[in-house]
Design a protein around this ligand. Structure first.
Ligand code: C5P
Length: 218
């Protein structure tokens, strides 16, 4: 099709969300935060009293998610859950529900629907491998565990939340391990993805790098 896809995958707190958003804006493309869909599934399940281990129940929830993205805000059944889905608890829940094949299957079509002309920037764990295997450019964006924990810590502090660097580091590690060890769409740098190690780079520098790579593909 004529729709250009830029896939950015990577571990949690790698900064891929901020980068993807900025790149989408610069290119005039749509943006898909696929992690938000897993977070919303975990949250909606919790609110419906469905256990994070109930694969079929979760798949039902994922299938029928009533979600709306509006600028920086995310609505679930009309309720603004933008802050709620960013919590560490919901993030851990997202990683649990995301391990189920039925949940991933239920979210597949919804993710692909984000691809509209002239293009889409999508971030997650399996954008370049499963959801958009034909993406024009695939990037694996990462940073060391220490740098990612520090970035998440600063983010929480900036939002006025309390944060504990040791706990954050531990949570990131267990989430990454679960995401990498799972059978379904594991977190991994795939052969056709370019590695972008951002530990020593500013957000501006990362955005510039992605845009320059994109230019070579157009
Ligand atoms: O990217 P984010 O941290 O918001 O994702 C939350 C969780 O959702 C991840 O830990 C991962 O388990 C899951 N996820 C996924 N596939 C994606 C995006 C997120 O499995 N494409």
């Amino acid at each position: 099709s004529g729709i250009a896809i830029l896939a950015i995958d990577g571990p949690s707190a790698s900064g891929k969300g901020s980068v993807a958003q900025r790149v989408a804006e610069a290119l005039g493309f749509a943006y898909l935060d696929s992690g938000a869909l897993y977070r919303l599934t975990a949250l909606a399940a919790q609110e419906a009293g469905i256990d994070w281990s109930d694969e079929q129940g979760l798949a039902q929830i994922a299938q029928s998610l009533d979600v709306r993205f509006e600028k920086d805000l995310t609505f679930l059944g009309g309720q603004d859950v933008s802050g709620l889905i960013r919590s560490e608890v919901v993030g851990a829940g997202a990683s649990k529900v995301a391990a189920f094949a039925a949940v991933r299957q239920a979210l597949l079509a919804r993710q692909r629907n984000f691809a509209v002309a002239p293009g889409l920037v999508a971030d997650g764990r399996d954008m370049g491998s499963v959801v958009f295997p034909g993406a024009r450019l695939k990037i694996f964006l990462t940073a060391t565990a220490t740098v990612r924990a520090e970035r998440r810590y600063q983010q929480l502090i900036a939002r006025g939340e309390s944060a504990d660097l040791v706990a954050i580091t531990r949570d990131l590690q267990s989430r990454d391990e679960r995401d990498a060890a799972r059978k379904e769409a594991p977190l991994r740098q795939w052969d056709d993805a370019l590695l972008l190690e951002t530990s020593q780079l500013s957000l501006d520098q990362v955005v510039e790098c992605v845009l320059s790579w994109w230019k070579t593909r157009t």
